[in-house]
Design a protein around this ligand. Structure first.
Ligand SMILES: Cc1cc2nc3c(=O)[nH]c(=O)nc-3n(C[C@H](O)[C@H](O)[C@H](O)COP(=O)(O)OP(=O)(O)OC[C@H]3O[C@@H](n4cnc5c(N)ncnc54)[C@H](O)[C@@H]3O)c2cc1C
Length: 492
């Protein structure tokens, strides 16, 4: 009996959900599905390593992968005790108010008291730790080295009822020729596509005669390049992370040096607008020297590199608008990078995956699942809720990236209107203010880490200071000072 037939037999009693892909989004979705279905299967085309190691299906894992504070909190909510397990495995606790040195052309941001904590580690370790937790769930099974090839539907093609899968290892010696014994079928009540940026769902939908989602692509042409180092012994610093920020649109280069497990550093250098960091050793280090501050260069120039320089350029923001489809089959949903793929510079991807898992939970909770009929319309409902929930991180990444777009891209997108221009100026004033105000700096961190919504920039105590500053600096925003707080203009 093949592994597929065996699994099909195991799931024949009770409800079953199947997840395509065991990246962060797939793992977190599977954790939620355990609350709602008797059996859960994660189908992954890679063989999954027993230790925290790189695997071919997620080539981006060699790049720095910091999770945002909001994402860290959701992980601990979904897997109580995970924080302690990560620390035991070598992850480093970082307080973003106190342990991070931010340098920008405006100066050095002040430290501030905060409870904004993340655990810094490699993506390999984080994914492995979550996978280990899920492996203890007896109602869940990983089908490794198994690739989903297409969707199976009922006769009317209105409901997806399963997937056709292929045993990747069984076919490996045959090169391009496959025999039928490598293929199998698995049925499920709900299928979750979490197969990442290269998801085949649009193609599968087309094959079934469904419309495919419109895509919005906003590409700041960011080069993301990483190298790992051993931390020099006995190095004493009052920071754990160094962030040298860009200064759009003049200075497109920036970098982050962060600790990961095993007493190592992960150094990522970034260049917006096709200013790609080189991937040769000398060029990489030279690029670090040309950042707004050479501090990262000074710190790493004598440290021992322990990896090649890894380069990544598929960094565009890409949104597949499943929520706008007039027709979508029952029995399937999509989440993670398969729907919302962000410019990774902003570090939102894994946190967005965690938020998506919570949306899935909420939507499933709303539905009575006593019969299959209860899931009618579920896919469309979920995609709408997902789009609503991730609208803010999408807008914040794509608005920030606008500044790097070519005039051709800007023509496609349309120029930012007056309101957006003013908002942009307002945010620039907040950034300037944050250099002198620990309180404002903390609010900025909270917004960047999705702990607070961007509307927090406009809370009265910040707005008054911003407008006061704008008035002094005689920027366009100062016009608003008298409307917001007439006393500002009287006092000056
Ligand atoms: C350079 C770079 C740096 C990044 N840095 C950060 C960061 O600092 N912080 C952050 O939060 N996010 C970061 N991200 C984003 C982050 O990697 C993803 O957003 C996050 O991991 C969620 O991805 P996912 O699970 O949807 O997809 P993926 O991680 O791509 O996983 C998809 C999985 O599906 C499997 N698969 C694909 N097709 C099939 C199939 N047909 N059958 C079976 N299995 C299949 C793949 O093998 C893979 O395991 C970065 C991304 C890049 C590119």
């Amino acid at each position: 009996m093949s592994k597929f037939q065996q699994r099909q037999q195991e799931i024949s009693n009770g409800s079953h959900a199947l997840v395509i892909g065991s990246g962060i989004a797939g793992l977190l979705a599977a954790r939620i599905l355990l609350n709602h279905f008797q059996h859960v299967t994660i189908v992954e085309r890679d063989s999954l390593p027993e230790q925290p190691q790189l695997r071919p299906g997620v080539p981006q894992a060699v790049q720095s992968h910091g999770i945002l504070v909001q994402g860290q909190r959701i992980l601990e909510q979904l897997f109580p005790g995970l924080d302690d397990e990560l620390i035991a495995a070598g992850a480093i606790s970082v307080n973003w108010g106190a342990d991070v040195l931010y340098l920008s052309s405006l100066g050095i941001a002040p430290s501030c008291p905060s409870d904004l904590i993340t655990l810094e580690c490699s993506r390999n370790l984080l994914e492995w730790a979550i996978r280990c937790r899920l492996k203890t769930a007896i109602r869940l099974q990983f089908l490794e080295a198994t690739q989903v090839k297409k969707l199976l539907t009922d006769e009317s093609q209105s409901r997806v009822i399963g997937v056709q899968v292929r045993d990747v290892l069984a076919g490996s010696h045959l090169k391009d020729e496959w025999d039928n014994s490598q293929f199998g079928e698995l049925t499920a009540d709900l299928i979750v596509d979490a197969s990442g940026r290269n998801s085949s769902l649009p193609k599968w939908l087309e094959e079934l005669g469904y419309p495919t989602p419109r895509e919005t692509v906003i590409d700041a042409f960011l080069g993301y390049t990483t190298r790992w180092y051993n931390c020099p012994a006995h190095l004493q610093t009052d920071w754990k992370i160094l962030c040298v920020l860009p200064n759009p649109p003049h200075q497109s280069r920036c970098g982050v040096l962060e600790p990961i497990e095993g007493n190592r550093w992960s150094l990522s250098l970034y260049g917006f607008g096709r200013d790609y960091p080189p991937n040769d050793e000398v060029g990489f280090l030279e690029f670090a020297r040309t950042l707004h501050s050479p501090i990262i260069y000074e710190v790493v120039k004598d440290a021992k590199p322990i990896s090649p320089v890894y380069s990544y350029r598929r960094t565009e923001n890409r949104l597949r608008h499943y929520e706008q489809l007039s027709k979508f089959p029952e029995g399937i949903v999509a989440l993670g990078d398969a729907v919302f793929a962000f410019n990774p510079y902003y570090g939102q991807g894994m946190t967005a995956a965690a938020l998506s898992a919570l949306v899935l939970d909420r939507c499933l909770n709303q539905r009575c699942r006593q019969s299959q009929n209860a899931l009618i319309g579920f896919g469309q409902h979920f995609q709408h809720q997902l789009a609503r929930s991730l609208k803010t991180p999408w807008l914040s990444a794509t608005r920030s990236d606008r500044v790097w777009l070519t005039s051709e891209d800007t023509m496609t997108m349309g120029k930012p209107n007056k309101i957006n221009q003013l908002l942009q100026q307002y945010v620039e004033e907040v950034m300037l203010l944050s250099m002198d105000s620990p309180e404002v700096h903390r609010t900025m961190i909270e917004i960047c880490h999705m702990v607070k919504p961007p509307i927090a920039f406009f809370q009265p105590n910040i707005a008054v200071k911003v407008l006061r500053q704008a008035w002094k600096r005689k920027t366009k925003l100062s016009l608003f000072a008298q409307y917001y707080e007439p006393s500002i203009t009287k006092h000056e």
